[in-house]
Design a protein around this ligand. Structure first.
Ligand code: GLU
Length: 475
């Protein structure tokens, strides 16, 4: 087989959500696995839909996820330019070829006339086909009219690596527009030309194009070019699996995940397993494993469910695999403000305590702020606590004073703190849910924290005792 060349061909009409990035990831994996090339092509022929800044945004998204491309708008290659708006002469050349062969013609109708044909067909309960209105003597094409493909309707059978063997009858084939009256090609024409010119071996793209496949096959034939391998990705569905993932279900900009502190390697693993598995129960994959194990044939035909809780779990898994030093390097921009007065040694101790429960890095301030600053007393932590709210204020006060007394004699090693807390359970005849919660609230002013003895050990004696004292005076 030819050297594998795959492409990601987004239109710069917005941000990249999880569906788009999955297509890019699969194309990247197919190329990397075969030591082939991965190409980025910007499909910017629909000027009306273009969103300013979107091309840069798409490129940044690919980069953040580590999906490096070998050729692209900002990476010269043999087959450039890689922006369709800079390739108009190439489309003209291929269009002329079709005109000369009698396989393309100028569309003489106004949009209103075409609309009238459409309505007539609707009234007659017939499917609308443009080719039923093909003009007998079309004018010479001068670029001011749309250029249409003169189709050759016939049945087709073809293979899709994901969807399997497919077939259609001649009725789905029609005369589609190749070049619009603004001089830009349609996607239908441009991608066929570009994939041929750029020697693309695999087209990996979304489900929305599958209905047009017979038209593309008809065009490949007319142009006398062999088509690449096709792989159609099913939609990504919402968590319930009852509709296509939409913005409302969390189809957000992939860069937002990066901003929230999700790890690129975790996102790659999670996104790859939206619809793909390696045939075992394995749920998390390193990128090297993805490259060696990925296959288009193992992508499911039906839509994959997007479940953000699973993403959080996968990300937490990757966080737990990191050494504290790696973690420290990763979380640099996520610490709470007050942490700037603390050194790396202290921060590493804090990370060691929260690594287990951290799902993504932007949770860091919420989970760790009390390690860096005294939080204001929050009386509802006691008054709203299931067990503590049953106690009289004097009882709470007395408990804290007993704790303070014992801890003032502690060397604040984790072991000594653990021993003392356990002894206090016995001497005060209280349950852990009462005593430990109370000490946790007093020393952190947070509803949850890592292990109590470990937390106090990191906070240190002075801070812990000061906070207990402050809590007592506020009771
Ligand atoms: N420009 C198309 C889109 O963004 C790409 C489809 C394809 O990959 O061929 O949907």
């Amino acid at each position: 087989m030819d050297k594998v060349r795959t492409r990601f061909a987004p239109s710069p009409t917005g941000f990249l959500h999880v569906g788009g990035i999955r297509t890019a990831l699969f194309a990247w994996l197919v190329a990397r696995q075969a030591n082939g090339k991965f190409i980025l092509r910007l499909e910017d022929t629909d000027q009306k839909r273009e969103v300013a800044g979107s091309a840069e945004h798409l490129i940044k998204s690919l980069r953040s996820l580590g999906l490096d491309y070998d050729e692209g708008p900002d990476k010269a290659g043999e087959y450039g330019p890689y922006r369709q708006s800079e390739r108009l002469d190439i489309y003209q050349k291929w269009a002329q070829k079709l005109i000369e062969q009698g396989r393309a013609y100028a569309d003489p109708y106004s949009p209103e006339e075409v609309q009238a044909f459409r309505e007539k067909a609707q009234k007659a309960k017939q499917p609308f086909l443009y080719r039923n209105h093909r003009p007998d003597n079309p004018p010479q094409w001068d670029g001011s009219q749309p250029l249409r493909f003169k189709s050759d309707p016939k049945p087709y059978q073809w293979h899709d690596e994901v969807m399997g063997d497919l077939s259609t009858g001649p009725e789905v084939i029609d005369d589609f527009i190749l070049i619009k009256s603004d001089g830009f090609p349609t996607y239908n024409f441009a991608h066929v030309v570009d994939d041929a010119e750029m020697q693309i071996t695999h087209i990996i793209r979304g489900q929305e194009f599958i209905a047009s496949m017979p038209n593309y096959l008809n065009l490949y034939e007319a142009l006398d070019i062999s088509h690449p391998i096709f792989a159609t990705m099913p939609h990504i569905l919402n968590e319930q699996g009852n509709k296509k993932l939409s913005k409302r279900d969390g189809a957000k900009d992939i860069l937002d995940y990066i901003k929230e502190g999700y790890l690129p390697e975790a996102l790659r693993s999670f996104i790859a397993t939206l619809g793909w598995n390696d045939g075992t129960e394995q749920e998390v994959f390193s990128t090297d494993e993805l490259i060696s194990k990925f296959s288009l044939q193992r992508v499911g035909k039906s839509g994959a469910h997007f479940d953000e809780r699973r993403l959080n779990w996968v990300n937490g898994y990757f966080i737990r695999q990191k050494s504290i030093d790696e973690l420290l390097a990763n979380v640099d921009s996520f610490w709470p403000k007050a942490s700037s007065n603390y050194d790396d040694k202290y921060k590493k101790q804090v990370l060691g305590l929260v690594q287990e429960r951290l799902k993504y890095f932007s949770e860091l301030p919420e989970l760790t702020s009390f390690f860096f600053a005294d939080l204001p007393i929050n009386p509802t932590l006691i008054s709203g606590h299931k067990q503590l709210k049953k106690l009289e204020v004097t009882e709470v006060k007395q408990l804290l004073e007993t704790v303070e007394q014992s801890l003032s004699e502690s060397d604040f090693t984790t072991q000594d703190l653990t021993d003392r807390l356990n002894d206090l359970l016995l001497s005060t005849e209280t349950k852990p849910a009462v005593l430990f919660s109370l000490v946790r609230i007093a020393t952190t002013q947070a509803p949850a924290s890592p292990g109590l003895a470990e937390t106090m050990n990191v906070l240190g004696k002075e801070t812990s005792l000061r906070r207990i004292q402050t809590q007592i005076t506020h009771l």
